[in-house]
Design a protein around this ligand. Structure first.
Ligand SMILES: *Cc1c(COP(=O)(O)O)cnc(C)c1O
Length: 400
């Protein structure tokens, strides 16, 4: 008996008429309940309770309770996940904390060349700030395992490649990292809500991710951070903000980190975004990740087979083996930007990732087989008839 009712989950989202949304890997759509939940938080809580909302409406406790609901989706133990800030900030915080815990003398932060630039920028910025002779070493994704040597302090990877969907084996690489004495920071931006993740089973040290992609909490929704229980009370949060202090309202001059995951909080949580996240997680609370994953694979396979059978000039730029992929599919085309604009013009929303990728998020909570088939038909029409070949489709916008 399946535990997830995908007809019900689809009804929980607002999708504009005529749109086939294949970009939930970049910004999830609006959960129907989120608009009212945010409005209620504005009028009933902020409007009526004013500052007493921090206590009366539970605003202060929200980052941890929301964190635990995300934790269930990524195999994190209760009490080890908290939300706040943006993902870039949480990458910095996790990496800084991991470096402090690393064996003295180790100087290498190991990552891969497919990592999302912001993660690499944050690592470089951190190295510039702390000085010392740290080095950010990036190798090809397939060479990561071999590059894990006893010089490595921290292995910092995004599990699922934002462009191609290629997926790292978290359990295997974490075990290898630990075997050479390194810590791990896993970025789950394209994993949380996309694939089954078992942080506890993989024995991962630190993990971070965002809530506006597959988790559907809206633009600018807060990120999350998970710290393994063995480090929860000894990790130094690096960004030592007052809400991570042991006693924020004692207003002490000296920083004392709070207990456990609380110390990874920094400043005031975004309560209106938390309301949207709460509504989004109401859907996830009723979903089984193994079933989401099975359906994601089935829809992705259907999409790839359809495109390869009917569309000329595109080549798959994602692993062919579904076990090696996340929940997104990329195809290359020399005019990918214009092709994507033509698709969007016809109601099929994916995105373009430089230099030549058409990227499609496959999100089972609100996509059907019929959506996939119609998207294939529209893409085939655009390619067969060169409908992309118009100046208007070649003007690059700020966000692609
Ligand atoms: C989406 C994404 C980010 C974005 O970071 P923000 O600070 O939320 O803008 C960072 N890293 C990865 C791997 C991502 O996929």
């Amino acid at each position: 008996m399946p535990k997830t009712d995908f007809t019900w989950t689809r009804e929980q989202f607002h999708l504009p008429d005529g749109v086939i949304y294949l970009d939930g890997n970049s910004l999830g759509p609006l959960p129907q309940a989120a608009a009212a939940r945010v409005a209620q938080t504005v009028t009933d809580e902020w409007g009526e309770m004013l500052i007493t909302g921090w206590n009366k409406a539970g605003w202060m406790a929200a980052p941890k309770s929301l964190g635990d609901r995300i934790g269930r989706l990524i195999g994190a133990a209760p009490g080890t996940t908290v939300i706040g800030d943006t993902l870039s900030i949480k990458v910095y915080q996790a990496l800084a904390a991991a470096l402090r815990l690393a064996e003295p003398g180790r100087r290498i932060i190991l990552s891969d060349s497919g990592n999302f630039p912001s993660d690499l920028y944050m690592a470089s910025g951190l190295i510039d700030t702390i000085g010392g002779d740290y080095e950010l070493r990036t190798v090809a994704p397939e060479d990561v395992s071999e590059a894990l040597t006893d010089e490595v302090a921290v292995l910092m990877l995004t599990q699922v490649d934002y462009r191609t969907g290629r997926r790292h084996d978290m359990a295997e690489l974490t075990a290898k990292a630990h075997a050479v004495g390194a810590l791990t920071v896993w970025d789950l931006a394209h994993s949380a809500g996309a694939i089954e993740v078992d942080l506890t089973g993989a024995d991962a040290d630190f993990a971070v991710g965002c809530t506006y992609k597959y988790l559907n909490a809206g633009p600018g929704a807060p990120a999350f951070i998970t710290v393994a229980p063995r480090y929860a009370d000894i990790a130094q949060p690096a960004l030592a903000g007052w809400l991570g202090h042991d006693a924020p309202f004692a207003f002490e001059h000296a920083y004392r980190p709070g207990a456990g995951i609380d110390r990874m909080r920094v400043g005031t949580p975004p309560i209106l975004q938390c309301a949207a996240l709460d509504a989004a997680l109401d859907i996830w609370d009723r979903v089984d990740m193994a079933e989401v994953r099975a359906r994601s694979v089935a829809l992705s396979e259907r999409f790839i087979a359809g495109v390869e059978a009917r569309c000329s000039d595109v080549t798959l730029n994602s692993p062919r083996d579904p076990a090696m992929r996340g929940s997104q599919v990329a195809f290359r085309h020399p005019e990918a930007y214009a092709v994507m604009q033509a698709l969007i013009d016809r109601g099929v929303i994916g995105d373009f990732r430089a230099p030549d990728n058409l990227r499609f998020g496959i999100t089972p909570l609100y996509l059907s087989e019929d959506d996939i088939d119609r998207a294939v038909t529209i893409l085939a029409d655009i390619l067969d008839n060169r409908l992309w070949d118009r100046d208007a489709y070649k003007q690059r916008a700020a966000v692609t």
